[in-house]
Design a protein around this ligand. Structure first.
Ligand code: SF4
Length: 483
């Protein structure tokens, strides 16, 4: 862990200050957390036995019986090095490098395993599940290697590209810890300008924010997902990485969870239970607008910030809540990133951000978002589109090896089967690993763009290209183009 002595400037709010006057640079510890449930291997390896036997006999003579060499053939990863050699390939070790099938196409074939491809659902496809599983297992960024032969554009998030091709990259060192790139996000109310009366007294509402060292937090698990254990894992991880865990009020009370990393999600009919929370909170989230609930939270928790949770909307009626006192919004799409009008979360974030920009109050509010953000790259993209921070939902479950039971788009009715041996210690490791790799990938983007802090990325659409716009620009004059 890096340490640096603080001389004059105060430490960032999100850095941990020690009594010795030093601060620890924000860092998430990772450690291996292998899968609890054996999932189908990524690849199937089919070997023609006679072909392999001939090769082994030939190599036995060639390498004069050197067992270590012979057993590493034709796969360095040990797929053919089990007790019965290649006659029972250990498919779970295959990384899909295709060396064997390139060298010996006549008797080895490697293919994607259809059973693995059934993990996830139509939106959280197995490619995303694979990447996230690797991140949660290892705490390392998946590297696909050179020679990408896939598509460079597509629907949804794939139609948005981050632009870092022609700029100097002064903060490249930030990725490796030699310079500091901040992922701190401010949550709360910041007025556009301060104004004072003749006595120098501040007019209007005073600024009120707190900071998190990471623009990620954890959203409440859905009802059908072993939610007690998942909630405990989410809460414990939030403590360890200094972020927030949004949890239903009833569950917080039931599990006896405490701490200001917890954000109670309160429904209007739960107003009576608020008094059961006997600890200080930084943020309380209202599950839909209700004046009585708002007044009660204000009265009981005058120091806490209040967030309003509501579906993404392109209606500027949302501005009315600002007049009512709300400065933190948590917008939701479904787990497939859609709202009820079938608009995609990327466009919804842009529209919502613009609503506040047009009203001249974007700096005064904090916008959080959930739904359809399922890969590390989606976080910086969502921030570029206008969010301040992302509250993760299905990625938490997939990191914990959830199996989707059918299509899981709806927040209330989707069903996820969690591993039977799910436990808190393992779960916390997995979520820490995932958070660390997602932060590293956020640093990669910031470093590549030459930005020193994530706050400057918010709404920076000039740092992105949208496939639809580019196609339109290029093809608008072509007869038959239908934009
Ligand atoms: S594809 Fe690569 S990892 Fe898989 S069996 Fe062949 S050589 Fe081994």
């Amino acid at each position: 862990m890096l340490e640096r002595t603080v001389k004059t400037a105060p430490a960032l709010p999100a850095e941990k200050t020690s009594p010795r006057g030093v601060y620890d640079r924000y860092h998430i510890d990772t450690q291996p957390a292998p899968d609890l449930t054996q999932w189908p291997s990524r690849f199937t390896v089919k070997v023609q036995r006679s072909g392999l036997a001939k090769l082994l006999i030939k190599e036995l003579f060639h390498y004069r019986g050197r067992k270590d060499v012979i057993l590493s053939r034709p796969c360095l990863y040990g797929v053919f090095s089990g007790p019965v050699g290649g006659f029972a390939p250990r498919e779970h070790l295959c990384v899909g490098c295709l060396r064997c099938t390139t060298e010996f196409p006549e008797f080895v074939q490697v293919e994607h395993n259809p059973a693995r491809q059934r993990l996830g659902d139509d939106y959280f496809t197995f490619g995303y599940v694979d990447a996230l599983t690797y991140e949660a297992q290892t705490g390392a960024i998946p590297v696909k290697g050179a020679g990408y032969r896939g598509k460079f554009g597509g629907q949804g998030w794939d139609g948005m590209w981050t632009d870092m091709s022609e700029i100097v990259r002064p903060t490249r060192d930030g990725i490796h810890g030699r310079e500091h790139i901040s992922t701190v996000v401010d949550i709360g109310y910041k007025p556009n300008a301060l104004s004072f009366d003749e006595q120098g007294k501040l007019l209007g509402t005073a600024p009120s924010t707190f900071s998190l060292p990471l623009s990620l937090m954890f959203d409440a698990p859905p009802p059908n997902s072993a939610e007690d254990t998942v909630s405990t894992i989410s809460s414990q991880t939030a403590v360890e990485i200094s972020t927030l865990s949004i949890l239903p009020l009833g569950q917080i009370i039931k599990l006896g969870l405490t701490g200001d990393h917890i954000v109670p999600l309160v429904k209007p009919d739960e107003v009576e239970n608020l008094r059961l929370l006997g600890f200080a909170l930084r943020l309380i989230e209202m599950d839909g607008w209700d004046q009585t609930l708002y007044d009660e939270i204000r009265a009981q928790f005058p120091e806490s910030q209040i967030a309003l949770r509501l579906p993404f909307t392109e209606d500027d009626a949302v501005l009315g809540y600002v007049d009512a006192g709300i400065h933190i919004f948590h917008f939701l799409a479904d787990y497939h990133g859609k709202n009820e009008d079938d608009a995609f979360v990327l466009d919804l974030i842009r529209a919502t951000h613009k609503t506040f920009v047009d009203a001249g109050i974007r700096q005064e509010v904090t916008l959080l978002g959930s739904g359809g953000m399922i890969a590390a790259e989606h976080v910086p993209k969502a921030i570029i589109c206008g969010l301040d921070a992302v509250a993760l939902d299905t990625p938490l479950l997939v990191a914990l090896q959830a199996e989707f039971q059918g299509q899981c788009a709806d927040r209330q009715t989707s069903h996820f089967e969690m591993p039977k041996r799910l436990n808190v210690e393992w779960g916390v490791r997995r979520l820490k690993n995932m958070s660390a790799t997602w932060r590293d990938q956020l640093l990669e983007i910031l470093g590549a763009m030459g930005l020193r802090e994530v706050r400057r990325l918010r709404g920076e659409v000039g740092r992105a290209m949208f496939m639809h716009d580019i196609e339109k620009e290029a093809f608008i004059d072509v007869e038959g183009y239908r934009g």
